[in-house]
Every structure is written in C-alpha cells, then in structure tokens.
Ligand binder design. Structure first.
Ligand code: SAH
Ligand code: SF4
Length: 439
C-alpha cells in the first residue's frame, strides 16, 4: 500500500511541476514514505533522516533549497516528535492527509507543520489521476487501494491507529481508476486493503457490494486479464469469495492469507478472533473451488507467552498446509498496543532461534514449490525486459518470477513458457508457441 500511496503522491507533485529523480542529491523535495508496522522499519526513518540532513547541508552550501517531508504511518504515529527529533524535517503528513500536499507544502514554507488529522472526506476523491505516460512507465501490473484501515485491533498491531478505521471506496471510483489504467496498458490489477476481503463498498445503485462482486466488475474492464487481492483476513474469507476463485477466470490461483500462529492459545491472545481450524477451513474452501491455488501467509514468531509447544504447533501448521511462500517476523512490541505491555515477553535469543527454524522450513517449501514447475508450461504475463540481453521477464499465475528469451514487444501479453530450470527466486524457460491473444 505504501507503493500505491507513493505513486499517488508522485501524481500530485507532478501536477505541481515536480519530476521524479533517481538521485537523491538532486532532489529539491524529498518525501520519505514510512512504515510503522515493526520497530526496525520505524527506526530506519530516523537514521535515513540523519543522512538526508547532511545532504541538505551540502546543498544549502551550494545555494540550493531542499525541503523534507515525512509521510506514511511513522508520520502518523510520531507527529510532532518527528519535528523535535529531526530538525531538518519541514512537514509531517499522515496517510489520510497526503491529498493536501500542495497546500501543506505552501504552508510549511512559513512554519514547520504536522498534519495527521483523520479527515471526514474520502481522500481518494481529490487525488489527481496519473497521466498515460506515467501509467506506462509504471508497468503492466498495478496496485489499486480499494479498502483502507482496520477495526479488528489485533493486540500486536498498529494499523488501526495509524491508518484509522475501516473504509471501502465506492465501486464507481475504483472502476474509473482501473479503466484509466487499462486504457494505458495495465493488464493485471492487485486490489489492496489492510483487510481487503472485508471490502464493502457502495455501487452505483447505493447497494453495498462484497469483494467477490467487485472482482467481477473489475474483470469486465476491457484489457484487464489478471486479478489478485491482498491482504485478506481468515475471518472474512467467505464462500462467495472462495467461489470467485473458480468462477472468475481473471482471479489468479494464489492467495496471501496471514494466520500469524498455529496455536489457538496465541491466536486468542492476539485477538485474531479466528482459530487454527477457521484458517484450515478457509484454505480448504478456496482449494475446493480452485485446487491449484498456492497459498502464502504471515507468521509472528515470539508473541508474548509463546511456548515451545505453541511454536511447534505453528511449525506443524506450516508442514501441513505447505506454502508457496511465507513471511516470518519476530514479534516487535509496538508502543500503544496491548501486547507490548503483556508480562511474558519472549527473550530475543528465543525469538531468533525460532525464527531461524521456521525460515528454514519456509525456504524449503518455497524452493520445492518453485522446482515443481520445471517441465511444465505456464502462462506468463510479460512485465519487463529481463536482466540478461535478449531476455524478457514476467510472472506465472502463482506469482513466480519467470525469465526467458523473447522480444520486448511481448510486454503486456500473456504467453506460454516451458519451464526448464529453477534458480534462486526465479524460473527460467523458453517461449513455447505463438503469443496468446490478449483479451
Ligand atoms: N491485515 C493483515 C496484516 C497487516 S500487517 C492481517 O490481518 O493479517 C502485515 C503483517 O505484519 C502482519 O500479517 C503481521 O504478520 C506483521 N506484523 C504486524 N504487526 C507486527 C508486530 N508488532 N510484530 C511483528 N510483526 C507484525
Ligand atoms: Fe493489524 Fe490485520 Fe489485525 Fe487489522 S486485522 S489489526 S491490520 S493484523
């Protein structure tokens, strides 16, 4: 979602006459879009700001002005503290306020400023659309936020505080945005939300529609051939949505479904409001409709009170499900969240060793899944030229990276590729026949 937000901020700033630069030393304006989900990400902001401050000093010596903005969830959580700890920062702007960047930039010229109020109006309505040129430069696969915020309050998580309460965009607004992307060459859409499967936006008739209905509407946009959505919550994985994995041909056989732990005791302490059995049932229902679905998940290791038995249950769940990939995080206590004050925090050394254990298993499963593709012919959406000359690259339906020889003219098309080899983090193959027709 930060990638999406950053793109939207770039769109606004383009309207103000700014152009993006690859070289930070050249920048008249630096916007740090930040993440607060774990301590490491949040602390990185301050070290980065130290570096940027020196750069600002060098530029000032040359008579150049540099303005520094901190956006995103660290901005939301830290607010005025950022101005205090980082004297070079001009403006602090929260994730629900960046639509006002032009105005805020003007105001902050006179006085350093913090804007982190949760406004009543829908920020998306006032965001300018990207130009056709910008859309083409960003590639054939695009993110679109459809749902934001969260009301679930898992005891470890800052999202409800930094992104605010749950909100779904209207179907009309989303379709208009996607039609524009498709008209400039986008072929794959990933619908984004902190709880994307809790989507309940209004349609043109004023009725509330579910994510499954939204997926149907998006699939009808001319040019859109692939759909994905992330991140889902096991509780909101209902039968209608599972059925979309069979009935909506554009929905890819891949689902990211975070479970966090394989122990009911820990899930309860996390206030996840689902059991391990609920997660198994959600996986099974999607598999029933679409047997070749690959699953990925998120795991928090060393949540307060996690015992060896709880961790063993997590390992067992990973063994049982078999993930095509998984993200494993050491529990990071976040200020203001209930879990941070829980008594039985797990020592760092225990978290480290458990993390290593689960990562070894996840890596093994990931590799095995990738290797199972060798010898098969896969549909690949070609996204870009490859790293080696003459190569192009794209993604398989299961979101695996595939590289093969071919012409850059194929970018934006789905082609058949015979997979010959599995290397670290990607598959190698060769074009099998004529390019397939694009919808
Ligand atoms: N809404 C999604 C997840 C959003 S946060 C869900 O409910 O599953 C993305 C991931 O960051 C989470 O799935 C979790 O695994 C991880 N995460 C969140 N807070 C964390 C914390 N305090 N420590 C470690 N990992 C955390
Ligand atoms: Fe955070 Fe997801 Fe829980 Fe919401 S449902 S509080 S975003 S982990």
């Amino acid at each position: 979602m930060n990638v999406y937000d950053a793109e939207r901020m770039a769109d606004i700033l383009e309207g103000e006459g700014y152009t993006a630069t690859e070289t930070i030393e050249e920048a008249d304006l630096v916007v740090l879009n930040t993440c607060h989900i774990r301590e490491k990400a949040a602390e990185k902001v301050y070290s980065e700001l130290g570096r940027i401050r020196e750069m600002k000093r060098d530029r000032t010596a040359l008579g150049l002005e540099t303005r520094i903005v901190v956006a995103g969830c660290v901005a939301q959580a830290e607010g005025a503290e950022l101005l205090r700890r980082a004297p070079a920062v001009d403006l602090v702007v929260g994730p629900q306020n960046y639509q006002n960047l032009p105005d805020l930039l003007r105001q902050s010229q006179k006085k350093r400023l913090v804007e982190t109020e949760f406004p009543a109006e829908d920020k998306f309505v006032s965001l300018p659309a990207p130009t056709a040129k910008t859309i083409r430069a960003r590639g054939v696969s695009a993110f679109v936020t459809v749902q934001e915020g969260c009301d679930k309050f898992c005891t470890f998580c800052v999202v409800p505080y930094t992104r605010g309460s749950e909100f779904s965009r209207s179907v009309d607004e989303i379709i208009t945005e996607i039609e524009r992307l498709a008209a400039s060459g986008v072929r794959e859409i990933t619908l984004l939300g902190q709880n994307v499967n809790a989507f309940h936006g209004l349609d043109e008739a004023g009725s509330t529609v579910s994510l499954a209905t939204l997926l149907d509407r998006v699939a009808r946009v001319p040019g859109i051939i692939r759909l994905r959505y992330t991140t889902s919550h096991p509780l909101d994985m209902d039968d209608v949505l599972a059925r979309a994995h069979r009935d909506n041909a554009a929905v890819m056989p891949y689902l990211h479904l975070p479970v966090q732990s394989g122990s009911d005791r820990i899930l309860d302490a996390m206030n996840r409001r689902h059991s391990v059995a609920d997660f198994r049932a959600a996986v099974a229902s999607v598999k029933r409709y679409r047997p070749d679905t690959a699953f990925s998940s998120d795991f928090i290791i060393g949540f307060p009170g996690e015992t060896d038995e709880d961790f063993a249950a997590t390992m067992q769940l990973v063994e049982e499900i078999g993930f095509s990939s998984a993200y494993t995080f050491k529990y990071s206590p976040r200020p203001g969240t209930p879990a941070a004050d829980m008594a039985d925090q797990v020592p760092e050394s225990v978290k480290d060793s458990r993390l290593q254990t689960i990562q070894a298993l996840v890596t093994k499963q990931q590799r095995a899944f990738q290797e199972s593709m060798v010898g098969r012919t896969l549909d690949v959406l070609v996204e870009r030229v490859g790293r080696k000359p003459g190569q192009i690259a794209g993604k398989s339906p299961h979101l695996l990276a595939v590289a093969f020889e071919g012409s850059a003219d194929l970018i934006g098309q789905v082609v058949s590729v015979e997979i010959t080899e599995s290397v670290t983090n990607s598959l190698i193959g060769q074009l099998s026949d004529r390019p397939r027709a694009v919808a």
